[in-house]
Design a protein around this ligand. Sequence first.
Ligand code: NAP
Length: 290
Amino acid sequence: MLAIDGETKLTGIIGYPLRYTISPAFQNAAFEHLGLNWCYIPLVVEGDALKKAIEGIRALNFAGVNVTIPYKEAVLEYLDELTSTAELVEAVNTILVREGKLIGYNTDGRGFITMLQKDMEFDPKDKRALIVGAGGAARAVAVSLALEGCAEIYILNRTRERAFDLARAICNKFPYCLTQAIDFEADLLNIFNRVDLIVNATPVGTDISTDETPVSPDLLNEGHLVCDLIYSPPETQLLKEAKRVGARAINGVGMLLYQGAASFEIWTDAEAPIEIMRKAIFEALELKER
Ligand code: NAP
C-alpha cells in the first residue's frame, strides 16, 4: 500500500468524467513497485474550471498530471511551454511542472508507435496506413506515423471536412508523407488493398450491444495489421472480423500502457516498470468488465 505523507509527490489525471479511468491503477502500481513515495489521483474538473484547476496544479506543487477528454486541446493556452510533438498534435496529455513552469507533452502518439514496434514488431517506416476518424486520437496517430516516416496516410471520417482538415495539416507539416482524406463513397476496396495498417480512431465498437464496425469487414484482408484504439471491450467486432480473415489484430491497451509509461518517465526520470503496469491494466479492465 502507498503510504501518503508530507513528502509524497503528487500526480493525477484531469478530465471529465473520470468514472472509468484506469490510469490511477497502473500509475500507482508502478510507483509502489519501484518504492517511490508518489501517488496518482483522479482530478475531476467540471464546466469552466479548467484554468483554476491548472493554476491549482502549480499552487499545490504537483510534479505533473495527465490531461484527458475533454481538455487535451483546451489546456494548451494555460501552459508555459510545449514540446515540438505537442505543438504538432495541438493537444497535450501530459504536463510536467518544472521549477514552477508548466510544460505540455503529448505521449499518445509515442504510445501508439511503441505498441506497434514492441508488441507487433511493425515498423511504420515506408508503410501505408489508413486511419478511421479525425479527432484527437486520429491526429496523434497521424502525426506519429508521419514522424516515423510512413509513406502514405489515408484519413476516412464520418464528417468529411474534419478528415480534409487533418489531411491538410499533415501534408503541410510532413510534405514527404502522401496524406489524403477519403470519404465513404471512394473506391475503398482499392485503398484498403494498398495499405498495410488500419487504425480505428473512432469509438465505434465500444458498445457491446451492437456488432457495429467502423468500416465494412469485407474490406479487410490477411495482409493487414488492424489496430483498434478501443481497449474496452478488449476485442471489438472489428478485431474479431480482422482475425476471421487472417489479419493481425491488436487493441488499444498497448497505446494506453506506453503513453502512460512515457508520462511516468517524464515525471519521475525513472524507467517505467512496463510489465507491472501492463498487469495492473489487465486487472483493472477485468474488474471493469465484470
Ligand atoms: P474524438 O476527438 O471525440 O474523435 C472521435 C472521432 O470518431 C471523430 O472523428 C468522430 O467523427 C468519430 N466518430 C464518433 N462517433 C462516431 C460514429 N458513431 N460513427 C462514425 N464515426 C464516429 O475522440 P478521440 O479522443 O479521438 O478518441 C477516439 C477513440 O480512440 C475513442 O474510442 C477513445 O477511447 C480511443 N482512444 C484510445 C486511446 C488509447 O490509449 N488506447 C487514446 C486515445 C483515444 P466526426 O468527426 O464525424 O464527429
